[in-house]
Design a protein around this ligand. Structure first.
Ligand code: ADP
Length: 252
């Protein structure tokens, strides 16, 4: 926001207007910054009471007999696990939101993709995965951890929503960029929701998605990771029938 300040000569007639706009931009920037800090500190502060609750639950379980069969303990354990996952997703988002510049390295995107796929084998179980990789040595400038995170979030979603099929493809576009697409044969994203889908906490069908364990933060994290690479991310309809998410990055 602050980098887009209006620069106008003092003598210009629109100078007061420009000054007003710059003041507004500064205030909005301060608000955004304080919101980020709040997100970071709240998620951080939540860790200690959660850890205390976990400890307390362990003690209760030790005291109780037949605790494995106690559905209340199981429900509490599930709730605590969910809370832990939410806090760790929130911290990831807060951390990435605070990041300004990236430590850039030459990264082999295809290799990174294969590594992420290997680590997600358990999630992909039972899905038919096809590849259309244009080169095994597609290089981009970036941060391997963040790129893996973005790819992993898209692949996890594809695995979650695909009926049977997932397709992964890479191609060189005609503007010197590399595109990587992940598509599935799931329910897809309706046209009117596509512009909101990358907003934090946005979920298409809250009841369905809560049941499948999502908080609506994965795509927001993926988008921020891609934007930090000056890349783009978008979603459209796959020929498989579901969603097709594409990331475009500059080739190194
Ligand atoms: P979540 O953790 O809830 O999956 P995301 O930010 O990753 O959060 O996704 C936001 C929402 O977008 C999901 O809750 C789901 O409604 C929708 N979505 C994401 N990926 C897909 C997909 N491949 N197919 C259909 N819907 C999807």
């Amino acid at each position: 926001l602050l980098s887009s300040r209006a620069k106008v000569r003092k003598s210009a007639s629109v100078y007061p207007l420009a000054q007003c706009m710059n003041l507004m931009a500064e205030r909005i920037q301060r608000l955004v910054d304080s919101q980020r800090e709040l997100l970071h500190s709240v998620s951080h502060e939540l860790r200690t009471p959660i850890a205390r609750l976990e400890f307390g639950l362990e003690l209760l379980k030790k005291d109780a007999k037949n605790n494995d069969l106690n559905p209340r303990f199981l429900a509490m354990e599930n709730d605590l696990q969910e809370l832990n996952e939410l806090v760790s997703e929130l911290l990831s988002l807060a951390k990435i939101e605070q990041q300004q510049a990236l430590p850039m390295h030459r990264v082999n995107l295809t290799e990174t993709l294969h590594m992420v796929l290997n680590s997600l084998e358990h999630v992909m179980h039972g899905k038919e995965i096809s590849h259309a990789i244009h080169s095994q040595d597609s290089m981009v400038m970036g941060d391997p951890k963040l790129l893996s995170r973005a790819l992993s979030n898209l692949l996890r979603n594809a695995a979650k929503y695909a009926e049977h099929k997932i397709k992964i493809s890479t191609l060189q576009n005609n503007t010197g960029g590399l595109e990587i697409s992940i598509e599935d044969d799931g329910p897809g994203i309706p046209d009117k929701e596509r512009e909101h889908i990358f907003e934090p906490f946005f979920r298409l069908d809250r009841s369905r998605d809560r049941a499948s364990g999502g908080f609506g933060l994965g795509l927001a994290i993926a988008k921020k990771a891609v934007t930090l690479h000056q890349g783009k991310i978008w979603v459209d309809q796959s020929t498989l029938g579901g969603a097709r998410f594409t990331i475009s990055l500059t080739e190194a």
